[in-house]
Write a protein that binds this ligand. Structure first.
Ligand SMILES: [Ca+2]
Ligand SMILES: [Ca+2]
Length: 364
């Protein structure tokens, strides 16, 4: 009996520091649900009621872990990497944010610029390192990092792919990682695409080097015709296995199915009515698309039938005060909450400013 006491104490301490989510209890952690297809905003404010602390500049990619925590890449571009790029996480109920791992430095530039993130079936977290935000960085030096995870803890990280110009949103399904290349570097047209990797070929010490048009990993190529020359961005799958890819500059979502040989087959394009861009993409449990409209400073929900609803928007430009949207780059729905990363990037008509925040939209 005597030695049981410290065990009980340890459990309570772990609960206090990591919030409700360590037990993966969806009843306490997943937030309450809302009626299908109902996207009215009840309120919008800061995650946890306040701006992010110092050292958490430019949140971007998000994903929900097996522990029900929301993981988020902390890019740091708006504060010019005054602090190292990292992965953080928060419980969707308590909204308390904590560090998960500081990312290793890109060997070419010495700075790491994380965007999209996704967990693999191996439990590891894959992270896009986008070097286009880094002043003086060379083309082809962006890539992928694998954060090695054991028993819910990050044990280290390795660069597992390189050769990208701008690795961005990603999704993982059936042992394959799909990652957007936002700019393929073509001369006469603005082209972007999606690379596909088997998780088995991504190994520490020998990063896969992609080479753009003609590379066998490049399974999709898009042209962007809109004024903003920013291409393939958010990537996600719906419950039926349909791949969705956002084309930022055209405010469109491209859909694909796959044949038995794994070849992508076009399955329609959804124009997001009213959006000025299509940045991050996450698909919720009811197959609604959640799209961050970076240029329009708004968040859109798109029903499986393709009907777009502007769920939230804030004036442009914005300093993010009181949890207002400030260049939202990704948004993800958990129950009746939508978490929005405000990357706060200098990109006309937007500008970076002091406040760094994740917004929370509560749905009615
Ligand atoms: Ca993005
Ligand atoms: Ca701003």
């Amino acid at each position: 009996m005597k030695h049981l006491l410290p065990v009980i104490f340890f459990t309570s301490a772990a609960l206090a520091t990591s919030g409700c989510c360590i037990f993966g209890n969806s009843a306490s952690c997943g937030a309450s649900s809302t009626a299908p297809g109902r996207f009215e905003q009840a309120s919008i404010g800061y995650l946890g009621g306040k701006p992010l602390p110092t050292g958490y500049a430019s949140p971007d990619g998000m994903t929900v872990g097996a522990d029900k925590m929301v993981y988020v890449s902390i890019n740091q571009v708006s504060k010019n990497w005054a602090n190292p790029a990292k992965i953080a996480r928060f419980c969707p109920v308590t909204e308390k944010i904590e560090d998960f791992i500081e990312l290793p430095k890109n060997p070419a530039s010495g700075k790491t610029s994380p965007l999209g993130i996704a967990f693999g079936p191996d439990g590891n977290l894959y992270v896009a390192d986008n070097q286009t935000f880094v002043e003086g960085a060379k083309a082809g030096t962006s890539g992928l990092i694998r954060v090695n995870v054991k028993d819910g803890k990050a044990t280290g990280a390795d660069f597992v792919a390189t050769g990208f110009n701008m690795s961005n949103g990603m999704a993982i399904r059936d042992g394959f990682l799909y990652v957007a290349e936002t700019d393929l570097g073509a001369r006469d047209k603005f082209l972007s695409g999606v690379y596909r990797f088997s998780l088995k070929e991504l190994a520490a010490g020998t990063p896969v080097k992609v080479t753009g048009i003609g590379d066998p990993h490049l399974i999709l190529v898009f042209e962007t015709k809109g004024a903003n020359k920013v291409g393939a961005n958010g990537v996600d799958f719906d419950s039926k296995g349909v791949l969705h890819v956002n084309n930022f500059g055209d405010s469109k979502v491209h859909k694909f199915t796959f044949d038995s040989a794994g070849n992508a087959i076009p399955a329609g394009i959804v124009a997001i009515e009213g959006a000025k861009s299509a940045d991050g993409l996450h698909i919720d449990a009811e197959d609604n698309l959640w799209v961050a409209d970076f240029i329009g400073n708004a968040v859109f929900a798109v029903s499986p039938e393709g009907k777009a609803t502007r769920v939230a928007s804030s004036p442009i430009p914005n300093d993010g005060k009181d949890g207002a949207l400030d260049t939202p780059s990704e948004c993800i729905r958990v129950g009746n909450k939508v978490f929005v990363s405000n990357i706060d990037l200098n990109f006309a008509p937007h500008k970076a400013d002091e406040i760094q925040a994740i917004s929370v939209i509560t749905l009615k």
